[in-house]
Ligand binder design. Structure first.
Ligand SMILES: Cc1ncc(COP(=O)(O)O)c(C=O)c1O
Length: 408
């Protein structure tokens, strides 16, 4: 049975061509650390890291490659940003769709006197910024928001949040785990002060690598969460002031960075539109990865609509925001256990989905799917129409055929 990985929002599979080769080459032929040796392999490893940083700076329209800081993933980066930037008594605003990568650090930090308020969801399933000024106090320091919900797919109004932040003198912190590599993320045009990214989802790289991008001003306002050796300024007991060293203590995941570089080179060649700035030609997007994946999303959606129509009732509830969405679709069953449906999708049809709360209970509260959660289908760069049709056929068989059998 063919395995159909419809769980790209959790982690991409397959990875971009060249990723595993680049990782293997580094492990088999180099193994050197950066900034610690003056021999050829160390200098070559340094070049790989610099090139990857530069690609990411271009992808995110960052001020400079030095502003890109590698971490183990978006979660570590968000912890570093939140813990490095906020102090007791500070207040922040968050969207109603935050992942636990934001909610759990903030909840822990409540014990240290950090306060947060949730900006309500808008009627279209996005973020209701219009009344957000009511939450701003003299202690408010930042808006923290996901660029797109990993539960509903809804794309949040980042550009508007950037304008709002500037108006109120707040910093804008964005979690791009669900958009990087799919939609343009333009730090400069959107007015983003700090963002976190994940290397293993839309960027098609390996697990265990991601990072943050911070403006110089934001970096100057942040204390490093992790301190240690950087291979630079070794006479100092304090962390160096320069970027990226200030936030990169210890040995980086160099095989992971080599893999991410290969993935970014693939994306730049095959999907240059994800590197495009917010101001650039919209026709680039019309042909791009987002448009292709959205077609698959629409195919699955209309297949599910047809199943409900045939059943004459809403057997499958679709979580369908009315705003723009990334290509992930959450569904819920009233009369079936979601875990059992997901298990059968894998065992009988080879379709891999994510079931439950997807580490984002807040988004389920906002969507009315708490505590049961949803079954989430998410598309990636290598999916075909056949994959979307397989999901529809499987759901049809599970819902209609067996339901009919039960009626006879
Ligand atoms: C919205 C969102 N934020 C953060 C994360 C965590 O990313 P990482 O695996 O890179 O730590 C995820 C991954 O599930 C996510 O969907």
């Amino acid at each position: 049975m063919k395995r159909i990985h419809l769980d790209q929002a959790a982690s991409s599979f397959p990875k971009a061509p060249g990723v595993s080769d680049a990782m293997k080459r580094f492990l088999d032929e180099s193994g050197a650390n950066i900034a610690r040796g003056s021999y050829k392999a160390a200098i070559e490893a340094e070049e790989r890291v610099f090139e990857t940083r530069s690609l990411l700076a271009r992808l995110f329209h960052a001020p400079d490659a030095k502003n890109v800081i590698f971490t183990g993933g978006a979660t570590t980066a968000l912890n570093m940003i939140l813990r490095g930037f906020l102090h007791p008594g500070d207040h922040v605003l968050v969207s109603a769709f935050e992942h636990n990568a934001v909610m759990r650090p903030l909840t822990l930090m409540q014990k240290d006197g950090v306060i947060f308020d949730v900006i309500p969801a808008s009627a279209d399933g996005g973020m209701h910024l219009a009344d957000a000024d009511a939450f701003v106090t003299t202690q408010t320091k930042a808006i923290i928001m996901t660029h797109a919900s990993n539960v509903t797919g809804a794309v949040m109004p980042v550009r508007e949040a950037g304008l709002f932040s500037k108006e109120y003198g707040l910093k804008l912190i964005v979690d791009t785990a669900q958009t990087a590599g799919i939609l343009p993320v333009d730090m400069e045009a959107f007015g983003i002060d700090a963002l976190a990214f994940s290397g293993h989802k839309g960027l098609l790289g390996p697990q265990g690598v991601g990072g943050m991008v911070v403006t110089d001003e934001m970096a100057s306002m942040m204390t490093p969460l992790i301190a240690g050796g950087t291979g630079s300024f070794s006479h100092l007991y304090e962390m160096p002031d320069v970027l990226p060293d200030r936030f990169e203590a210890g040995t980086l995941n160099l095989p992971g960075i080599c893999g991410l570089e290969a993935a970014l080179l693939f994306l730049r060649e095959v999907h240059p539109e994800v590197f495009a700035g917010a101001q650039e030609d919209a026709s680039l997007q019309a042909e791009g990865i987002y448009a292709r994946e959205t077609e698959l999303y629409a195919r699955l959606l209309s297949g599910i609509d047809a199943i409900n129509e045939e059943a004459g009732k809403e057997c499958i509830r679709v979580i369908r925001p009315q705003c723009a969405c990334v290509p992930l679709l959450s569904i819920a069953f009233k009369d079936h256990d979601q875990g059992e449906v997901a298990r059968q999708l894998e065992e009988k049809y080879g379709i891999l989905t994510r079931v439950g709360l997807h580490c984002a209970p807040a988004a389920h509260h906002a969507s009315g799917t708490f505590p049961d959660g949803t079954i989430r289908f998410s598309f990636g760069a290598f999916h075909t129409e056949e994959d979307a049709d397989s999901a529809v056929l499987a759901l049809h068989e599970m819902v209609i055929d067996r339901w009919k059998l039960r009626q006879d």
